[in-house]
Write a protein that binds this ligand. Structure first.
Ligand code: SF4
Ligand code: FES
Length: 247
């Protein structure tokens, strides 16, 4: 396939960025999207030019590092991570526009690489679990109803990729935050700090500059782990409960 790329290039956080055009003449439909960018970078390096900076790690849909806006959609046209997107989702002659995540809370470091440490700080604000959970065999000593175990597990599949934020017109991280709150809030071990956790995490979310949720739903449509919208209801329910309890 012949593919035209338009890619956001930005030297560093302090510089202005701009879109740059590139042409690739031999793209296989079996390449992953990131392998296609690897080929572009090999070409750029061979020509003595600066390769395009982008993030990746596992390339297996697990780590959440590889987020890109592709033709205006978080992670591109398929509901998956960018590393699991393949060039067979495009066709010969396509123009593909590639930008970094769009969010004030994820500042661009270089080209397509953004700083997502705001997510780390939201999680850190949640604090620790004071319940002694013992060693691995002891986990079976705490009964957890099947429906709660399933819901906690599903929420825990959030990989912190940030697509929900990038897709949201408000730049809200409510889906990410709802997933974290639901994950621990469903389990018996998560009850002791439940009120404090939600208040502190919501406070850090707002402090980082993420926007508010207005129930648009772009987040869940873009989520590669299909985290459902109702984790945000759970987040709001827990926050109101904490406020009723005087937090
Ligand atoms: S909720 Fe989904 S889109 Fe948001 S960070 Fe988690 S996995 Fe990524
Ligand atoms: S590189 Fe790890 S999820 Fe894509």
């Amino acid at each position: 396939m012949r593919i035209t790329l338009k890619i956001w290039r930005q030297a560093d956080a302090a510089s202005d960025g701009a879109m740059h055009g590139y042409q690739l003449d031999e793209v296989s439909e079996d390449m992953s999207f990131l392998e296609m960018l690897d080929v572009l970078n090999e070409d750029l390096i061979a020509r003595g030019e600066d390769p395009v900076a982008f993030d990746s790690d596992c390339r297996e849909g697990i780590c959440g590092m590889c987020g890109l806006m592709i033709n205006g959609q978080a992670h591109g046209p398929d509901v998956t991570t960018t590393c699991q997107l393949h060039m067979r989702s495009f066709k010969d002659g396509d123009e593909i526009v590639i930008e970094p995540w769009r969010s004030n809370a994820f500042p661009v470091l270089k080209d397509l690489v953004v700083d997502r440490s705001s997510f780390d700080r939201v999680i850190q604000a949640g604090g620790f679990i004071s319940v002694n959970t013992g060693a691995a065999p002891d986990a079976h000593a705490v009964p957890v109803p099947k429906d709660k175990a399933d819901r906690a597990f599903d929420a825990a599949t959030c990989i912190g990729c940030g697509a929900c934020v990038a897709a949201c017109p408000n730049g809200s991280a409510s889906l990410f935050l709802g997933a974290k709150i639901t994950h621990l809030g469903e389990l018996p071990q998560g009850q002791a700090e439940r009120d404090r956790r939600v208040v502190n995490m919501v406070g850090q979310h707002d402090h980082e500059g993420f926007g508010g949720c207005t129930n648009i739903g772009e987040c869940t449509s873009s989520c590669p782990k299909e985290i459902p919208l109702d984790v945000i209801s759970r987040l709001n329910w827990d926050l109101h409960a904490a406020m009723r309890h005087g937090h």
